[in-house]
Design a protein around this ligand. Structure first.
Ligand code: SF4
Ligand code: SF4
Ligand code: SF4
Length: 283
């Protein structure tokens, strides 16, 4: 069943308390703002940051390690586990000396506690420095929108995912809050047996938020689906490559170059087989 992506308005009351929290922490922390990070006690490029975090380099320069995001996460309104009816532990932790993340910075480990993609995203607006950028999760209607979160990207290891072996498993698929959008099941014939089907989980990288609920739900000993920061999970084609069929990509180039990029490659009316057989003689 497809879950509708709900949108939450930033109410004047929430904005009011947010502003208070931000001013208060700025006041308290004003004298303590770190002049950049000269030292990384322990850094890891694999660290997953809270929703709406700036790019890692900028995040490390901007986060003052106040812990307000982790506190908001712990006290989120939807913090009751539906099965146990107990409060859930916070997703966000502040890194300690023994952790891989830079000391004192917020991060999360999906196999321990994933991000529950709270509708009101309470961890983001409380950030006093903009290390968590509210605008990156605010939609055109000026509403906080959890579907715009971008903590990382789920990656499937086809060698260890048992669905790729032909064994029926849809644990990750069912755990996804953006089911049938961020993750879909691709049907395929199992040529090895000739009579079974594959149902392979496929990630839509434009929609997946990197919440980690799928990684937490994975049934294999070490999760066959796992979250990576996007800069590690994805390649980069270079700005000079333009997708002629993608309006968004054309706008990107137009805004950079000022050139009209609206000329698209015309779709051929020929069938692919005609094209492939062109100039082939069977004499
Ligand atoms: S959106 Fe995720 S990180 Fe933020 S408060 Fe909710 S569970 Fe915590
Ligand atoms: S991300 Fe923002 S709220 Fe969280 S610890 Fe850093 S400065 Fe504080
Ligand atoms: S990380 Fe997994 S559960 Fe979360 S949106 Fe992506 S595919 Fe869905």
């Amino acid at each position: 069943m497809k879950k509708e992506v709900k949108k939450v308005q930033i109410t004047p009351r929430r904005r009011f308390f947010t502003n208070i929290a931000q001013s208060a922490s700025l006041g308290v922390m004003g004298g303590l703002i770190w002049a950049g990070y000269a030292e990384k006690a322990k850094g890891s490029t694999l660290t997953l940051r809270p929703p709406a975090a700036l790019e890692e380099k900028d995040f490390l320069r901007t986060c003052i390690k106040c812990g307000l995001c982790a506190e908001a996460c712990l006290h989120r309104e939807s913090n009751i586990d539906k099965e146990t009816l107990q409060p859930r532990p916070a997703t966000l932790k502040m890194a300690q000396a023994q952790d891989k993340a830079t000391l004192g910075t917020p991060y999360f480990i999906p196999t321990q506690v994933p991000c529950y993609m709270c509708e009101d995203i309470p961890c983001v607006p409380v950030c006093p420095t903009g290390a968590l950028d509210v605008s990156s999760v605010t939609n055109e209607q000026n509403e906080l929108d959890f579907s715009m979160m971008d903590m990382g990207l789920a990656v499937v290891d086809p060698n260890s995912c048992i669905a790729f072996w032909g064994i029926q498993c849809d644990a990750c698929y069912r755990a996804c809050p953006l089911l049938d959008e961020a993750i879909t099941l691709e049907y395929g014939r199992n040529e090895r047996t000739g009579k079974h089907a594959f149902l392979k989980p496929i990630i839509n990288m434009d929609i997946c938020t990197g919440c980690g609920l799928c990684e937490k739900a994975c049934v294999t000993e070490k999760p066959a689906i796992f979250i990576q920061p996007r800069e590690l999970a994805l390649g980069k084609p270079g700005d000079h490559y333009v997708k002629g069929w993608d309006e968004k990509d054309q706008k990107r180039v137009a805004s950079q170059t000022g050139k009209d990029m609206t000329t698209r490659t015309q779709r051929s009316e020929e069938k692919v087989t005609d094209y492939l057989n062109e100039e082939v003689s069977y004499d």
